[in-house]
Design a protein around this ligand. Structure first.
Ligand code: FES
Length: 92
């Protein structure tokens, strides 16, 4: 696949276009999406923080894969990206 080739993917069922060589996070940001999940306590928005795979702020689900670090995962054609269901609401 040629670097920069257009790749179609979805985020929460919204059809978007990224580029070969993008991470999922960079593709989301390139489409104007700067946060893609909420914290368990307080519901604060989260997206990229460290950008190098250490903080886990950027988690997404991609198809059947859960809790994927968007800053590390290369974007692939047809990815179905969603806010991570593994970081749902905190208990009481
Ligand atoms: S932004 Fe920190 S792990 Fe992805």
């Amino acid at each position: 696949m040629a670097e920069g080739q257009a790749l179609r993917f979805t985020f929460s069922d919204r059809v978007l276009v990224g580029r070969a060589g993008d991470t999922v996070a960079s593709a989301l940001i390139a489409n104007g999406i700067r946060s893609w999940r909420r914290t368990r306590r307080g519901g604060r928005p989260r997206g990229i923080y460290c950008g190098i795979g250490t903080c886990f702020d950027c988690l997404v689900d991609i198809g059947e894969e859960v809790a994927v670090r968007a800053c590390l995962r290369p974007l692939q054609e047809g990815d179905r990206v969603a806010p991570s269901g593994s970081v749902g609401p905190a208990g009481p």
